[in-house]
Design a protein around this ligand. Sequence first.
Ligand SMILES: *Cc1c(COP(=O)(O)O)cnc(C)c1O
Length: 386
Amino acid sequence: MFSTSHIEISKSALQNNYHFLRQLIGENVTLSSVVKGNAYGHGLENFIPLAESCGASHFSVFSADEAFEVQKLKKENSQIMILGMIGNEELEWAIRTSIEVYMFDLERLEVGLQIAQKMQMPIKIHLEMETGMNRIGIAKKDIPKVFQLLTNYPNCYILEGISTHYAGAESIANYVRVKQQIINYKKIVKRFQRKENPAFIPKKYHTACSAATIAYPQTRMDMVRIGILQYGFFPTQETLIQYLKDNKTHIDPLKRVLSWKSKIMTIKDVEAGEFIGYGTSFLASQKMKIAIVPVGYAHGYSRSLSNMGRVLVRGERMAVVGVVNMNLMIIDLEKMQSAEIGDEVILIGKQGEQEVSVASFSEMSNQLNYELLTRLPMNIPRKIVE
Ligand SMILES: *Cc1c(COP(=O)(O)O)cnc(C)c1O
């Protein structure tokens, strides 16, 4: 395929991460694989069948368009859950194809129930409750109305879940807020249970994302919605440290699933005293050998990595010099004078003993690992490797 770089997706890394997660959450908790944002940049087309071959059978997406893509790729028995946006006009499709949808306000709930009634097919719903994040979710004051609506439309719905989402479980700074959310969630659940109506009891209580799964085990309940961990990253350095401390280990249990690779396009020498690339941001203070790599910000390599980024060539770390261009970057070959045109360049991943992790990358460029991954362009070819 014509491309200046490619992305490799490691099957053994994903297997490792699922194995770790399964041990952590136990046999009886469902693991929903969160694949919004093109499977966090890993690419849906490869990731869905791969995840299924490693045991996943429940997928979470943000929106109907993502669900539509996953539907084309998944096995018949795998489930899809939409955590966010679906238009009223797409609800009929969701009902017909058994897709589970979040209900985050009364209007949406009523429209969904009406369509289900008309179709004489139940809509599979998760009631997302507002517990303190103040983003999407059904407000506390609307709960009596929810009971009313559900009572008015019996047999029009299957209550798959009652859920919520925490406002920053990846940082201890949010401890008080998250604890309060857990309390609020439990109170809401009690209100449903006190109705003593079997149709008000969900199949699953679920609240935990990756960070909550690690930091607040009581939030795991019947299902965890795991994004970043399955791809081999802790949500933050803080969550990793907490995990290592709690488990008295020094070993990161996860393996990175994604690597990003390119090749040296050309090599040249630069005299001392010359500027390199656009403008004056890098001055050669000695005679230098540099290599050009055909990847730039148009390919997802952030311009903020200018003079900051590190890549690997022949197992050594090389500095990005000068500004990152739209389609090119320049690297300093000081540590590997023998490098040649066509040599592999690792932008993210391992080579020999060295690794360029997304985390280090993100620290350098001030991007979250989530952001960096999801901004990897869709059109970089992805392939599965062992
Ligand atoms: C994105 C998302 C998740 C997964 O978050 P991670 O931190 O990647 O595990 C879970 N739940 C909801 C509602 C989300 O939007």
